[in-house]
Design a protein. Structure first.
Ligand code: DC
Length: 220
């Protein structure tokens, strides 16, 4: 069994790296942030206050989230293209504070990790979701590098982007994700830290692959 947990704040390159690692090692890629984003999207669409635990609980009772060929499905609708906006980033961060929301996402995540070898990315995977993961990596990068990456990601996706807004949003989300009561952004005690500020994508992928090989003996 191989479970690779990649945690860290937004914009550190977790998604890009995790996807590449999945291909190299033949693992299933699981993006837990996408589940919080899908729930944030549904709340916004239905005018549900993301901090209203009762209303959100009612919503969860009638919500299904699936991954189909790498796409995120919310109640059967492919929402992959709708959840990568600044607005939904913040909605996801807000709704992720609720214990009932975390319990639901954790349940889906643990189920997926029990059925196949995975690389799973998020904020609390190594510390909380799969504490016995064979490999745990905590990726960081300076806030301006992360803002620049997110900015370029949005532009590449043909979306509008303003650097200063993104920088401020990253700072606000970092603060909120690290200070919430339930399962905040946190490195597992036995996680390997990787500062990716000065790494190219290829160097970053190689660094993660080397950690996996060193920990498990498995090579790509
Ligand atoms: O990784 P991301 O930017 O797509 O995540 C969106 C939000 O979801 C993030 O701001 C906090 C929340 N999240 C979380 O609380 N726990 C996770 N394991 C993944 C994401």
């Amino acid at each position: 069994m191989l479970r690779v947990a990649i945690d860290g704040p937004g914009g550190t390159g977790k998604s890009t790296i995790a996807k590449a690692i999945a291909v190299r090692f033949g693992l299933e890629y699981i993006d837990t942030g996408a589940m919080y984003r899908a729930l944030g999207l549904k709340a916004r669409r239905n005018g549900i206050d993301e901090s209203d635990a009762d209303a959100v609980k009612k919503m969860l009772d009638v919500t299904s989230i699936d991954f189909v060929s790498g796409h995120t499905h919310l109640d059967g609708e492919d929402v992959s293209g709708l959840i990568r906006t600044n607005e939904i980033s913040m909605a996801a961060s807000n709704i992720s504070k609720l214990a009932i929301v975390r319990a639901k996402v954790d349940e889906v995540s643990r189920y997926l990790a029990s059925t196949k070898d995975v690389v799973m990315e998020g904020r609390d995977i190594g510390a909380t979701v799969i504490p016995d993961a064979e490999v745990k990596i905590f990726m960081t990068a300076s806030p301006d590098v992360r803002a620049k990456r997110r900015y370029e990601q949005l532009l590449a996706a043909g979306k509008e982007a303003d650097y200063d807004t993104i920088f401020n949003e990253i700072q606000a989300r970092d603060y909120q994700d690290s200070h919430r009561e339930v399962s905040p952004l946190r490195a597992a005690d036995d996680a390997v830290f990787l500062d990716t500020s000065d790494m190219s994508i290829e160097e970053n992928i190689d660094a993660v692959a080397d950690i996996i090989t060193a920990k498990t003996g498995r090579s790509a």
